[in-house]
Design a protein around this ligand. Structure first.
Ligand code: NAD
Ligand code: MG
Length: 392
């Protein structure tokens, strides 16, 4: 029996994890579940999973959560600090499934107090990869990648023959705009960008898939997780989303992991590692496969990809700026306040205009993240104001 905390239980990854726990009640015992604002869904998950503790990140929702859990015997708390505090309770595994940099402090705490962290939440790895890896090593905490590409590579990376690894390949579906021109993308709406062809996911990562910023974040994530130089990390567009990641070796072998495009496979693989147990999710039906295709991504139409390599060359502060700028711009796009191409465009400009010393500590990372967010919001207001005054 493994004890488990699920951070972000109400999200797409969190709900898939809940499904797995319900399918294996003899394997997993859930201690804590957390969410941002959805009290009813959090309370329901806490009861279903027989958790002992539920935390809602929005401070103001404490009374609602308490009421929703009344009579259940499940303790509760609210506020961002309480989410982080919950990660200080020892567990076998903490599943990090919060979206965005909001997951950084809980991850930081879990790295000290959990035996293993299963990481879906890629943004903290992008912004603080070196610190996260060092902290895992310091406390002997296993890092189990959940992001499907990284989970695939984790499964086929021969740690005993690292010198024979020639490259790692992250596959990409290409997103909903794989075949769109830049002109078409200029007018893309949030509804169009949210319609992912092969995966069903939360809003932020769906937009990231449409810009291919998701793959950019994953290049950086792979760099830290597998300690590979950027030149040995490649992306191949694979629209069928069945081969999730590959490692090419010097002897000509390509080891890859395949599976249905269902996140329950990488999640259960991480949660049951080093064992393998039955997924409640979909399985690949080989007989329905007619084609597996791979093509190089188009860096002109998807400039976010180039940003990943540029930022890795520039250093950690640039990676923080990439992540923070993108998070702000995705919100702007989803709220209808900017165009689709502005997401990578304005993020790129904020990186170019950044000049920070290399962060050494978690506080340095948080300070740069905050500063970039403030600067990009300022830049948005400045570029928007002439339009406002002209119309008024
Ligand atoms: P989602 O939007 O569906 O869920 C996000 C979860 O985080 C929710 O439970 C929400 O309540 C919580 N949350 C949001 N903001 C928070 C805050 N400020 N404080 C505390 N909790 C907060 O997102 P998702 O699609 O499940 O993705 C979660 C993470 O996993 C992301 O980093 C994403 O990139 C990564 N990921 C997702 C998938 C996928 O298939 N969905 C695949 C690979 C990686
Ligand atoms: Mg992925």
């Amino acid at each position: 029996m493994k004890t488990l905390h699920i951070f972000g239980v109400t999200g797409s990854i969190g709900q898939s994890a809940a499904d797995i726990v319900l399918a294996h009640p003899d394997r997993f015992s859930v201690h804590t579940v957390t969410a941002h604002k959805n009290v009813m869904k959090l309370a329901e998950a806490a009861k279903q999973l027989k958790a002992q503790y539920a935390v809602i990140a929005d401070e103001a929702l404490y009374d609602d959560l308490k009421a929703a859990l009344s009579g259940s015997g499940i303790a509760c708390a609210s506020g961002a600090a309480a989410v982080t505090e919950a990660a200080r309770v020892p567990a076998d595994i903490s599943l990090m499934a919060i979206v965005g940099i909001a997951g950084l402090k809980p991850l930081w705490a879990a790295l000290e107090h959990s035996k293993a962290v299963a990481i879906a939440n890629k943004e903290p790895l992008v912004a603080a990869g070196p610190m996260v890896m060092a902290r895992a090593a310091e406390f002997g905490t296993a890092i189990l990648p959940v992001d499907s590409e990284h989970n695939a590579i984790f499964q086929v990376f021969d740690q005993n023959n690292k010198a024979a690894v020639e490259r790692i390949i992250l596959t990409a579906s290409g997103g909903p705009f794989r075949e769109w021109s830049l002109d078409q993308m200029a007018d893309a709406t949030p509804e169009q960008a949210l319609r992912h062809p092969t995966w069903s996911m939360g809003a932020k990562i769906s937009i990231d898939s449409a810009t291919m910023m998701n793959k950019a974040l994953e290049i950086i994530e792979a760099h830290y997780l597998f300690d590979m130089p950027p030149s040995m990390i490649e992306v191949m567009v694979h629209p069928q989303s069945l081969v999730h990641g590959m490692v090419e070796y010097a002897d000509g072998s390509f080891l890859c992991q395949m599976g249905a495009s269902d996140m329950r496979t990488p999640i259960i693989s991480a949660l049951s590692w080093p064992e393998r147990i039955a997924t409640p999710g979909r399985k690949l039906d080989l007989e329905t496969l007619t084609i597996l295709s791979f093509e190089r991504p188009d860096f002109e139409r998807f400039p976010a990809l180039r940003l990943a390599y540029d930022c890795l060359n520039k250093g950690l502060a640039a990676c923080i700026a990439l992540n923070a700028g993108n998070e702000v711009m995705v919100d702007e796009f989803l709220s209808g306040r900017c165009g689709f191409l502005d997401i990578a465009g304005k993020t790129s400009r904020i990186i170019d205009g950044s000049n920070y010393d290399t962060p050494q500590t978690l506080d340095d990372v948080i300070a740069i993240d905050q500063d970039v967010r403030a600067r990009i919001k300022c830049a948005i207001v400045e570029t928007d104001s002439p339009k406002v005054s002209k119309n008024s």
